[in-house]
Design a protein. Structure first.
Length: 616
């Protein structure tokens, strides 16, 4: 077994420093020169020759025999020749080693034991009490301990060791370690993981990893809402009010959207929202990025081609692609030379640490937040009424998982018929007459269907409070039609109701751009947020509690690269949807780009037109 490149670099440092290791018996000039020669060989990658040189020194220097033997075995390890190192390791006297050498010997012995399928010995060597491990060797210890635990059947312990290692790694090493940790957890199976999750406190470090593993297993889990502690973009003191905390704008940005028939309106709405935010944000003195738009083609192969072309053209971040098949193709590559902000969610796949993030309008987010909202109102029993649409089913599954996690329960559920206007059978199936004062109704359906349903609930004298997803809002005010939805609360994108400061007026933008109105308004807002995330993405991912006040919600990024949305709550009053608790005014609102004086003409590889729903 070989450890990561991060660990290997530490060994090379040990070998390089071997020529100047202090000793009780003074070293002769010849020994110093020979040790330096061996270290130089190792530094040049000639590990076999370095090992032989160290063995010669071990034979010639009785007072430092064990020291040079250890260096020889480490050189053989770098050559991936543990079989040649094993007999030498067994002959080293641990008591004659100094400084960090005893620990290095133990780690070598553990690695050799694992190679020989002796996980028990490896576990004993990596879990010794009072073992003083220097920081540079700790990653290697944790990797070996994880492999030893896995080899003895302790998958949970192995995963914990991998997760403990997470903060010390970067880039490819971190991505590979995360993938190994999640593989170990998924091997435990869904039921044992659910039992462990149920017993954990909300702040347990393992909980998000368990939830991520459950997601890979296809289990819908309760969603921990991000802590919104500090908005990004706070002006840094002493900067002349020009430098915003967390702001790092790349010079060249690529936007990948498909130009396929049937996706024209969707792609256009996202693109127009993207460039509206691009031109609107002008409160910093940072240089404005150039943006180039590429046709992602609607399939994995064409999306990969577009990504590679963007990289070749000098893009420093790629926003998109959009379709799930496209995202699967791009993120499925063995490496991502340029970071990606994918505009869709991937099931059962780990995002590359530090190089990939995902942002999508997920019905699951709305369902989970509806459950949280009801529980906050003291409503722990829910009756669920949904349409047969995919988004409604997904929202309902997330609603149930979140409600049960918060101690609530589903008192009844029904799916409305896809055709017709009489919902009495579905309503009767709920048996709402037995509901107590701690009950409410959750609905997820289009506006037209909701307008038919609510009057029928009133006819049957059902007066429970009703909560819904954003789909019940038609995209623009319609006081006459929406009087039937009077009193219904739903979660939605704050910008569509001018409930988010720091963004252009929704009504002003919608008055000028048709894509910002009605059925594509949320996609337009989605495009705005995609642009505004670009300069803050790294900061959000590495600073828990930070968030971006966005058009589609308050946006935070978890450790796995998932952009999390916290939506605003609205209520129909006199047929008009209004924020339940006023606007989301914030003292510190981020700015995205440079002053308008530096506005360039955005480049485009070809005229752009379309895409597919972001939650799709």
């Amino acid at each position: 077994m070989r450890s990561s490149r991060h660990v290997a670099s530490g060994l090379l440092i040990s070998l390089a420093l071997s020529a100047c290791v202090p000793a009780v018996v003074p070293r002769s000039p010849a020994e110093i020169a020979a040790a330096q020669h061996a270290a130089n060989l190792a530094g040049q990658g000639q590990f076999d020759q370095a090992a032989q040189a160290y063995m010669a020194l071990a034979a010639q220097t009785p007072s430092r025999t064990d020291h040079y033997k250890l260096l020889a075995t480490e050189a053989y390890r770098e050559e991936n020749a543990l079989d040649r190192a094993a007999p030498i390791v067994s002959a080293i006297d641990r008591d004659k080693l100094a400084d960090d050498e005893p620990v290095r010997l133990d780690l070598l012995r553990a690695e050799i034991a694992l190679r020989q399928r002796d996980a028990s010995t490896a576990l004993r060597l990596t879990t010794q009490p009072n073992l003083n491990v220097p920081p540079n060797l700790r990653p290697r210890l944790l990797i070996l301990r994880a492999d030893a635990l896995a080899g003895t059947g302790d998958l949970w312990g192995a995963a914990r060791s991998r997760i403990e290692l997470d903060d010390t790694l970067h880039g490819v090493d971190r991505a590979q370690n995360r993938d190994q940790a999640l593989i170990l957890l998924t091997k435990l199976g869904a039921e044992p993981l659910k039992q462990r999750a149920a017993a954990m406190q909300s702040g347990d470090r393992m909980l998000p990893w368990v939830n991520e593993a459950l997601g890979r297993l296809g289990v819908t889990v309760a969603q921990a809402q991000p802590n919104l502690e500090q908005a990004v973009g706070t002006l840094v003191p002493g900067s002349g009010a020009s430098v915003r905390e967390g702001y790092k704008m790349p010079a060249h940005v690529a936007l990948l959207l498909p130009n396929n028939d049937g996706l024209v309106a969707v792609s256009a709405a996202i693109r127009e929202g993207f460039f509206t935010a691009y031109f609107q944000s002008a409160d910093t003195h940072a240089p404005r990025a150039t943006v180039r738009v590429y046709d992602s083609g609607g399939n994995a192969a064409s999306a990969i081609k577009a990504y590679n072309q963007a990289v070749s053209d000098g893009a420093q971040i790629v926003v998109g692609p959009l379709l799930r098949t496209e995202v699967t193709g791009v993120l499925g590559q063995s490496s991502l030379p340029v970071p990606v902000l994918a505009l869709n969610h991937l099931e059962n796949r780990n995002l590359s640490a530090g190089t990939a993030s995902e942002f999508a309008l997920m019905p699951e987010d709305e369902g989970a937040q509806a459950a949280d909202h009801m529980v906050e109102r003291g409503l722990h029993n829910a009756y669920v009424l949904i349409s047969g649409d995919d988004f409604a089913k997904r929202a309902a599954v997330a609603f149930k998982a979140e409600l049960q996690a918060k101690g609530g329960q589903i008192a009844g559920n029904a799916q409305l018929p896809s055709s017709g206007v009489n919902d009495s059978d579905a309503i009767n199936a709920l048996n709402v007459s037995s509901a107590g004062t701690d009950a409410g109704i959750f609905i997820s359906m289009r506006a037209e269907q909701a307008r038919l349903l609510l009057p029928q609930l009133r006819v049957q004298r059902i007066s429970l409070p009703v909560f819904g997803t954003s789909h019940i809002y038609g995209g623009s005010d319609n006081a006459t039609a929406d009087r039937d939805l009077e009193g219904v609360e739903f979660c939605g994108a704050p910008w569509l109701f001018d409930a988010q400061s720091g963004l252009p007026s929704y009504h002003d933008v919608a008055g000028q751009l048709p894509a910002a109105r009605s059925g594509t308004s949320q996609l337009f807002a989605f495009g705005m947020d995609a642009w505004n995330l670009v300069p803050y993405l790294d900061w959000l991912r590495s600073h828990t509690g930070s968030y971006l006040p966005g058009a589609t919600g308050q946006l935070a990024v978890d450790t796995f690269g998932h952009v999390k949305r916290v939506l605003t709550w609205l209520k129909f009053q006199d047929g008009v949807a209004r924020p339940s608790n006023g606007s989301l005014e914030l003292d510190s609102t981020p700015a995205g780009v440079a002053p308008a004086s530096s506005v360039p003409t955005p480049a485009s590889s070809m005229p752009m037109q379309a895409a597919q729903p972001a939650g799709g």
